[in-house]
Design a binder for this molecule. Structure first.
Ligand code: ADP
Length: 343
């Protein structure tokens, strides 16, 4: 076999884009994945094909007899950037090879992880700082003041409960994520579940002077689901509706059958939580289920929110192959509708 075919067949066996630049600085070989990105670059000067300074500098160095190495570069695109990691090596007697790989997903996941850890640390630090401050005060200025002591202990309890809720939500989120690919098997009857969630939240609703109502179609079939998780979905949605719905108002839970859901492409059960609150501006709707995303951070904190409730809801619904639709009108209220497939 001649050298040309040997090198071409070796390159064809590499799953990533790869090319060889000859000592004359022209592209001598490239495999199909490289061609898909760079076009028909055979025989062209490498500088007319590869324009990013990082790989170019490395190729230049290797073609001049220097050491190879790894590099990374970024291509800004209309959507998000593409990040490549590449390896340039000397090919004895021929020139230099460049193999590269799209690592955008890996980098994106790393960015998300970093942001998440930073957010969690920040969220935990706020109540922790308050607790440390009050411990200091209780040891000092408020030591012999029973009234101040009682008040500060009350605040400390609230802050500790907030941390506890945050840790609880973080654990829920990681449990739900771990199970996201496992389909739930048990049969859940949603009307009964809704009655018990509303009973649990009645005390909170009474305190906020919110009326809770349930309107369930008769004889609804059960859905394949995880009872605890679906309870959490409804609990989080109704709790939000009470928190953000405003006192003196009504929160309605409506359960009905859907003959054909156009997105799920199957029959389904629809569960809507409808409030009469201030509503949510449309620009926030697409981001509402992101972790720690809040329309009004101050209001959420005041209400004891963790910013994770809707992220948990979204993951649970994904696991159930269902969908969440949020619609809202400023000044009129919001509707959080969950549709679960009935198959
Ligand atoms: P939080 O713990 O802050 O309530 P969630 O993830 O449950 O976190 O909700 C995220 C944000 O979405 C809330 O901070 C709030 O701004 C907004 N939100 C959620 N439900 C409603 C609702 N029914 N009406 C208005 N805003 C809502």
């Amino acid at each position: 076999m001649d050298q040309d075919r040997l090198i071409a067949s070796l390159l064809a066996a590499v799953p990533h884009p790869m090319l060889v630049v000859g000592d004359d600085a022209r592209i001598a070989w490239l495999n199909a994945p490289a061609r898909a990105i760079l076009g028909d670059a055979d025989g062209r000067h490498y500088l007319t094909v590869i324009r990013q300074p990082e790989p170019v500098a490395l190729l230049e160095r290797v073609l001049a007899g220097g050491e190879g190495g790894t590099t990374r570069w970024r291509l800004t695109g209309p959507g998000r950037d593409t990040v490549y990691r590449g390896l340039v090596a000397r090919v004895a007697g021929l020139g230099a090879s460049l193999a590269f790989q799209d690592v955008s997903d890996v980098e994106h996941a790393a960015d998300m992880r970093r942001d998440f850890v930073a957010n969690v640390s920040h969220e935990l630090r706020t109540p922790l700082t308050a607790l440390l401050g009050f411990i200091e005060t209780l040891r000092g200025a408020a030591r012999d003041d029973p009234a101040a002591r009682a008040r500060f202990l009350g605040i400390m309890e609230r802050e500790a409960l907030r941390m506890n809720r945050l840790v609880g939500d973080l654990l829920s989120l990681s449990r739900v994520e771990a199970e996201e690919r496992v389909r739930p098997r048990t049969q859940v009857e949603l009307a009964g579940l809704a009655r018990s969630v509303l009973a649990t939240l009645r005390g909170m609703a009474d305190a906020a002077q919110v009326t809770l109502t349930l309107d369930a179609e008769a004889d609804l079939p059960p859905v394949a689901g995880d009872l605890d998780q679906l309870t959490q979905v409804l609990h989080n949605l109704v709790e939000n509706a009470v928190k953000y719905g405003g006192s003196g108002k009504t929160v309605r839970v409506v359960l009905r059958r859907v003959a054909h859901d156009p997105v799920l492409r199957s029959p389904g059960l629809s569960l809507s939580v409808i409030d009469q609150g201030a509503g949510i501006d449309a620009i926030h709707l697409p981001r509402l289920t992101e972790r720690f995303y809040r329309v009004d951070t101050h209001r959420s904190r005041e209400q004891g929110g963790t910013g994770l409730g809707l992220a948990i809801v979204k993951h649970i619904i994904n696991r159930h192959r269902g969908r969440l639709k949020i619609s809202s009108e400023k000044g009129k209220g919001s509707v959080f509708e969950v549709v679960l497939p009935l198959i």
